[in-house]
Design a protein around this ligand. Structure first.
Ligand code: AAM
Length: 327
């Protein structure tokens, strides 16, 4: 199995109180660059920080890396608008960092990014791929495109208490700035992304569309941000089989809504529980307390773990956390 990880940024993450995908706002831009180093090398190499939430919950990259050390999947990282350099090898599709959704255009190059991502997806030699994401602020931009498309789905959060009212307020402002009402982008996914999305969305949607078109099976590895991608694909008229693989942390928070939304989007849903309640490491305790929940392909990676081997992943996670200095 090859995991494709789209890593990017949006200024939307800097809006007060919206994201915990970094210890402080000024560190948030480093999160995706460090995440891809952790997944590639096992620890940040050139990046100056290990991404943690303000309360010290380690990035889901640590979990995805722990799985990789157990099941050894292949990896390709796609630069989907990084602002900070990374020492991990990346595929360059020329995608630019995202602008605050409250500006007129959040992703001015959405259409070009989609086209290049489509060609990349169509050129993949694999029978099946998983696509993950890392983009702080990504659940707010997911709410943005879902609202613009007229999809009634909810979104999750890296924070234990989802600041959903704040996100709605931001999305309302963002739509108004683009002269859009909810539902105005029904059937126009690239317009939705351009107005109120983030650069990871045209990248993942494009790769998925190209891969599906050329006969590669696609699993979207993530939570509600991947629900937004599934909606974008359906609004693009793509009716191929599609599945989402996420964590029990997202599924527990979303309740019945998640399965209902996946049903409506004709998208298979796989939920994997890593059994962190059986561990006593602080990282696992934080995930059980509802922090972080998902990201960096975590839910998809966990779904690759064979029955009976999740204990090995938990042990590995402790080793990875030691390396990252999280005790
Ligand atoms: C990615 N890297 C992370 C992280 N994510 N490092 C620490 N914590 C996380 N949660 P929000 O919209 O609240 O910012 O949540 C989305 C982000 O959280 C994404 O970057 C996702 O990959 C995850």
């Amino acid at each position: 199995m090859r995991v494709l990880l789209a890593a990017g940024t949006t200024e939307t993450a800097l809006i007060d109180g919206i994201s915990a995908a970094g210890a402080a706002p000024e560190l948030m831009a480093h999160t995706p660059s460090a995440d891809v180093e952790i997944l590639t090398y096992g620890e940040p190499t050139a990046s100056p920080v290990t991404p943690v939430s303000p309360t010290g919950c380690p990035t889901p990259a640590a979990v995805t890396r722990a799985v990789r050390e157990v099941v050894d999947f292949e990896l390709a990282v796609i630069d989907a608008g990084l602002t900070q350099s990374t020492a991990a090898p990346t595929v360059d599709l020329g995608v630019q960092p995202g602008v605050d959704v409250r500006e007129q255009a959040a992703v001015p190059d959405a259409s070009a990014a989609f086209d290049r991502a489509y060609d990349f997806g169509a050129s993949l030699p694999d029978d099946e791929v998983m696509i993950g994401e890392t983009v702080p602020g990504g659940t707010t931009t997911a709410l943005g495109v879902l609202t613009a498309l007229g999809e009634p789905a909810g979104v999750s959060s890296s924070l234990p208490e989802n600041p959903i009212e704040r996100k709605r307020q931001v999305v309302d402002e963002a739509l108004a700035e683009s002269n859009l009402e909810p539902g105005d982008c029904d059937g126009a996914p690239l317009e939705a992304i351009e107005a109120v999305g983030d650069p990871v969305q045209p990248t993942v949607t494009g790769i998925a569309a190209g891969a599906l078109e050329s006969g590669t099976d696609v699993t979207l590895a993530g939570g509600t941000q991947m629900v937004a991608v599934a909606a974008l694909l359906r609004h693009a008229g793509i009716d191929a089989d599609l599945s989402i693989a996420t964590t029990s942390f997202v599924a527990d928070e979303q309740g019945d809504r998640l399965a209902e939304t996946c049903d409506r989007l004709d998208c298979e849903l796989t939920v994997t529980d890593p059994g962190f309640d059986a561990g006593d490491h602080v990282a696992m305790e934080r995930y059980c307390a509802g922090e972080a929940k998902e990201g960096v392909g975590m839910g998809g990676a966990l779904s690759l773990v064979p029955d009976g081997r999740m204990g090995e992943v938990r042990e590995r996670l402790e080793t990875v956390c030691d390396r990252l200095g999280i005790e």
